[in-house]
Write a protein that binds this ligand. Structure first.
Ligand SMILES: [Zn+2]
Length: 254
């Protein structure tokens, strides 16, 4: 029998994140970059993934968690102190290719515009670094997560927030189907990029390696607006594989 993988199954991780309100439950912490601590029994005693004996914690409190008794861990699970949950993408580069709904945007500051308002866009700070912003559209009338200049804030009542400790990924989902996903990734060479995103290579000498991409997925529940990893779906119109470079606005709709 192979050893049980130390990484808990997706459903267990999701349940543990949700239990603590998607942030570290230790009073005064709330950091959203969560790991999974085995306390009853501890991992070295038994390799298990029973959520009852596990708790989601930030990496700092995970490292300190041996100080707590089983009862104290249980108390934290039942009464998490998580308040608002927010984080930040630390990726700051002067060149980032955005991948939105299967289309590619290079040096195109307003990637997606809805009714004359940008909903996915970059702006440069005083050092020239590109900072990403996303405004979620929703028909729910409820607040939604936003990303402003790389800083994100979880709003409304999501059913899922996934923000692993490496800080390169964020996914938020709501019951009505609203969804946002953001992933930053560094590509060391054209060869690596060719395997996954060969279309970007049409930019030729305009891009330099290592290249950073920011992939954004977005869905508006109850509508046919969806930017998935493969394509952009906008009310019956589909787009994918387009490469836009040095356009003021990439895709405008509504
Ligand atoms: Zn913590």
């Amino acid at each position: 029998m192979p050893d049980l993988n130390r990484k808990p199954p997706t459903a267990v991780r999701r349940a543990l994140r949700r239990e603590v309100g998607f942030g570290c439950p230790v009073e005064g912490c709330g950091i959203p970059y969560l790991e999974y601590h085995h306390f009853d029994p501890e991992w070295h005693v038994e390799k298990h993934h029973r959520p009852d004996g596990m708790i989601a914690l930030c990496s700092t409190h995970h490292a300190k968690a041996d100080a707590w008794t089983v009862e104290q861990c249980r108390e934290l699970k039942q009464n998490p102190h998580t308040a608002e949950v927010s984080g930040r993408f630390e990726w700051m580069r002067r060149e980032v290719v955005a991948i939105v709904g299967g289309n590619y945007y290079h040096e195109t500051p307003k990637m997606v515009v809805f009714r004359d308002q940008p909903i996915i866009w970059f702006e440069r700070d005083e050092r020239g670094y590109l900072l990403l912003s996303i405004r979620m559209l929703s028909t729910s009338g409820q607040p939604r997560t936003n990303l402003i200049a790389n800083d994100w804030e979880i709003l409304g009542e999501p059913i899922e927030v996934d923000s692993p400790p490496n800080g390169s990924f964020l996914q938020v989902k709501y019951t009505n189907g609203d969804e946002v996903g953001i992933r930053f990734k560094k590509w060391e060479s054209a060869e690596k990029l060719r395997e996954i995103h060969p279309r970007i290579l049409v930019l030729g000498d305009q891009i330099t390696f290592p290249l950073v991409t920011a992939e954004v997925n977005l869905a508006v529940g109850g509508t046919d607006i969806r930017f998935s990893s493969k394509k952009s779906d906008l009310g019956g119109m589909q787009m994918q594989g387009n490469v836009m470079s040095r356009c003021g606005v990439g895709l405008a709709f509504g």
